[in-house]
Design a protein around this ligand. Structure first.
Ligand code: HEC
Length: 126
């Protein structure tokens, strides 16, 4: 009896299905991780807002993670831009720098009405 010529195709087909299944499970895991990470940052942000009594939806920590870490480093302890921890500048001066930029620091990254909240956040960094 000769080998059925379709068998290799069925094998490849089964392998393909297996691979797709594996990859989708992997994707679901990653989605969970991303969702968990988001949850954490949202919770922290809400706590911060509560302490400072800020009323806006602006989450300074989350925005910093999006817009500032590229230059100021992952934990804002400095990279291209200086560390934002232990700032000894006046809030007005920090506001000014965030609003108008300075040297390599771009102006207008934060909407005017949210700059104070960002300054407050920076001043919580020890
Ligand atoms: C393109 C790179 C870049 C990005 C993005 C960036 N910064 Fe900066 N930042 C700098 C540099 C460079 C300096 C130093 C400027 C100087 O003193 O000449 C600086 C300085 C500062 C200072 C003054 C610190 C000090 O003690 O002098 C503050 C506050 C600051 N940045 C906040 C922010 C915030 C908040 C964000 C995100 C919204 C941000 N930066 C995003 C590059 C960047």
């Amino acid at each position: 009896m000769s080998k059925n010529p379709v068998v290799p195709y069925i094998l490849i087909f089964a392998l393909g299905i297996g691979l797709i299944f594996f990859m989708s499970m992997y994707g679901i895991d990653q989605q969970k991780e991303i969702a968990d990470a988001n949850d954490e940052s949202t919770e922290e942000g809400t706590k911060d807002d509560g302490e400072e009594g800020a009323s806006s939806e602006f989450d300074a920590e989350a925005v910093a993670q999006q817009k500032c870490i590229g230059c100021h480093g992952g934990d804002l302890t400095g990279a291209v831009g200086p560390s934002l921890h232990g700032e000894d500048k006046d809030p007005e001066e920090l506001h000014e720098i965030i609003k108008n930029g300075k040297g390599g620091m771009p102006a207008g990254l934060i909407e005017d009405e949210n700059i104070d909240a960002m300054v407050d956040y920076i001043l919580t960094l020890k």
